[in-house]
Design a protein around this ligand. Structure first.
Ligand SMILES: Cc1cc2nc3c(=O)[nH]c(=O)nc-3n(C[C@H](O)[C@H](O)[C@H](O)COP(=O)(O)OP(=O)(O)OC[C@H]3O[C@@H](n4cnc5c(N)ncnc54)[C@H](O)[C@@H]3O)c2cc1C
Length: 267
């Protein structure tokens, strides 16, 4: 019989399925600072489809270590992981494409620089994502290099006829690219190098300019954590934006490795 005096800790947590072992099928340098890696494996047959803007965990097994996450008796410590966007999923081919920004030194960024066919990878997820509001008419996507893959997924999932404005902050013109191979769009590209400013400043300025001009719109904002928080504060406090129309997410944090995947800026 259930113990009715026990504290209510909410519904039981869903057990995470074990990460899937896949291999690199191909790796392609898209720009100087971006590599697309396509993973393939039978274990991807029931992977998705992921929600737009959802995420996966990539687990990097150290050289010389073996791990079988399907075996509950395997006591190998869970390998270090990083959060990425499942940009393109092809169920028939059992393939998943992920786009890696080369931001400098980092476990994942370094791995992607030398990724080659056959390299193994464990993939956890997919999880989360953006529930496109039913009443959406106007959406502003605010992205930096790391969230451009997610912005592309959202563009592809939006119902026809919605107005979208896209702000993308990148280092310079060499980082510009199509956000989607199937949706035509014209992002406003903001180049940090030309202006000589730190990451996020141009996104903040651009949001302030367009927020002043419009009232009712939805915002999807994903970038460096402190930048996201400043933008969120501005929209809520200075522009009286409705919290329900804001979807904000810190994708990484300056100076912090392995930043958590659940920074929505509302704590
Ligand atoms: C939901 C979600 C989806 C994401 N999707 C993608 C994606 O599709 N592609 C992608 O490239 N990234 C994506 N990211 C961001 C990615 O998880 C981080 O950039 C991560 O830190 C990269 O891991 P790393 O091992 O290379 O660097 P880490 O070891 O985590 O960090 C090392 C150092 O690099 C710094 N750093 C990390 N990222 C950047 C950056 N972009 N610019 C400058 N400095 C940085 C850190 O502050 C730290 O000081 C996503 C994050 C989230 C939360």
């Amino acid at each position: 019989m259930a113990d009715l005096t026990a504290p209510n800790n909410g519904p039981p947590k869903r057990k995470r399925p074990p990460p899937r072992l896949v291999n690199v099928a191909r790796a392609e340098r898209l720009t100087e600072r971006l590599t697309s890696v396509t993973f393939r494996g039978d274990r991807l047959a029931d992977f998705g489809p992921p929600k737009p803007g959802g995420h996966i965990k990539l687990l990097f097994l150290p050289d010389g270590v073996t791990w079988n996450p399907d075996d509950p008796k395997d006591e190998t410590p869970r390998p270090p992981s990083r959060t990425y966007t499942p940009r393109r999923y092809d169920r028939d081919a059992c393939e998943l494409e992920v786009e890696f920004v080369h931001h400098g030194e980092g476990l994942a960024s370094n791995w992607a620089q030398t990724a080659k066919p056959g390299d193994p990878m464990f993939i956890g997820g997919p999880c989360g994502g953006y529930d496109i509001p039913e009443d959406i008419k106007n959406l502003v996507l605010v992205a930096d290099e790391t969230s451009m893959p997610a912005a592309g997924m959202i563009l592809e999932a939006l119902p026809d006829g919605r107005q979208v404005e896209i702000l993308c902050e990148v280092t310079d013109q060499k980082d510009e690219r199509d956000l989607s191979p199937i949706i035509n769009c014209s992002p406003t590209w903001l180049h940090r190098a030309e202006e000589g400013v730190r990451q996020g400043v141009l996104l903040e300025r651009a949001v302030q300019e367009i927020a002043a001009a419009h009232e009712t719109r939805h915002w999807w904002i994903a970038c460096e954590s402190a930048t996201m928080r400043r933008i969120r504060d501005h929209l809520l406090k200075e522009c009286s934006a409705e919290p329900s129309r804001l979807h904000t997410r810190g994708y990484w944090k300056l100076g912090e490795a392995n930043y958590p995947d659940h920074d929505y800026g509302n704590d």
